[in-house]
Design a protein around this ligand. Structure first.
Ligand SMILES: Nc1nc2c(ncn2[C@@H]2O[C@H](COP(=O)(O)OP(=O)(O)O)[C@@H](O)[C@H]2O)c(=O)[nH]1
Ligand SMILES: [Mg+2]
Ligand SMILES: [Zn+2]
Length: 308
């Protein structure tokens, strides 16, 4: 703390405030206090190097600047959850948006679910654009029923099915919207919160020749706390995941743990596997099990490369 004083920033105690980081652009961050007042703060390079990079959603302590001057970020409080892709902190409910178009990448969806569960987040799936394929929500619901992951069929464009989703999001705390580009995340937020975020078809026109870099922003409105994130279509493999631990992230396997012939069964293709049996009986989804096996094969590959 003595060093902090020498560099001109206030130390602990007097003048220090607390808030949530709602946006970061370059080295400038916007912090919002509980009263709803926003402050612009910066973060010293040394801070980033020695401690950690601030993320949207972080609860922080900061020294506000005087008048128009920016203040300084002083401390990041311990994170409840942490997600690197998208980089957000303290999310308690991950809202995964899929749609009939672009064609859903369910491996990507299960990767995200797996990571969210490992962080202790709750998860729900929104099947948007149900106006284009009214049968899709039920199909997805069947796949995720045994895992107890709720599925909401909505049409953001026609404002259908939104009330139930809104209730779940309000109960879920700090929500993060994620999913493939074009699935309708921004349209959904516009409909839920009566906002005017740029959506796919419009931004293409508006953004020609402009900087289209998107930043994650935490929006608080009408009782909802939501982060809209830039969409992405790829999520690389985790490199610190023990293959044996992956099965703990498939909630529907829990009921069958300890019932396989082999105690160490990974529910891959071992004989006498109770999970394989459950899928054949239709108690759990074969598609989900198949995707688990693909991700297990990938995790083994990454683990081998790392430790051989
Ligand atoms: N038919 C239909 N189109 C939608 C719906 N929601 C969004 N879209 C369209 O899908 C495109 C991508 O939406 P956008 O919100 O930008 O997706 P994002 O990349 O996930 O934020 C836009 O052209 C939207 O108008 C919906 O419920 N039904
Ligand atoms: Mg968007
Ligand atoms: Zn098994």
């Amino acid at each position: 703390m003595a060093i902090e004083k020498a560099t001109g920033a206030p130390s602990s105690g007097t003048g220090m405030m607390q808030g949530v980081l709602v946006k970061g652009i370059g080295s400038f961050y916007t912090v919002r206090t509980e009263q709803g007042t926003e402050y612009t703060v910066r973060c010293k390079k040394r801070f980033r190097r020695e401690r950690m990079t601030p993320m949207t959603g972080d609860r922080v302590r900061f020294a506000p600047g005087r008048g128009e001057e920016h203040g300084w970020l002083e401390e990041i409080l311990p994170r409840v959850t942490e997600c690197l892709r998208p980089p957000v902190a303290n999310v308690t409910l991950l809202v995964i948006v899929i749609a009939p178009v672009p064609e859903p990448d369910m491996i990507l969806t299960d990767r995200q679910i797996s990571r969210a569960i490992s962080q202790g987040m709750k998860v729900l799936i929104v099947v948007n654009k149900s106006d284009l394929d009214p049968g899709l929500p039920d199909k997805i619901r069947r796949e995720y029923a045994a895992a107890s992951i709720p599925v909401y069929g909505v049409s953001a464009l026609r404002k259908q099915g939104l009330q139930e989703l809104r209730d779940a999001m309000e109960a879920g705390g700090l929500c993060c919207l994620t999913g493939q580009s074009g699935a309708g995340k921004s349209t959904l937020l516009n409909s839920l919160l009566d906002l005017n975020l740029e959506t796919g078809s419009i931004s293409r026109k508006v953004s020609r020749g402009k900087n289209t870099t998107r930043h994650t922003e935490l929006i608080e409105k009408d009782g909802l706390k939501v982060m809209d994130t830039a969409g992405f279509n790829l999520l690389e493999a985790e490199n610190a995941l023990e293959p044996e631990k992956l099965k703990e992230r498939w909630p529907e396997f829990a009921a069958y743990e300890g019932k396989c012939r082999f105690r160490e069964c990974l529910h891959d293709r071992e004989p006498g596997c109770a999970v394989t049996e459950a899928a054949q009986q239709g108690e759990i989804s074969e598609e989900r099990l198949e995707r688990y096996r693909q991700l297990l094969a990938e995790a083994r590959e990454v683990w081998r490369e790392r430790y051989d």
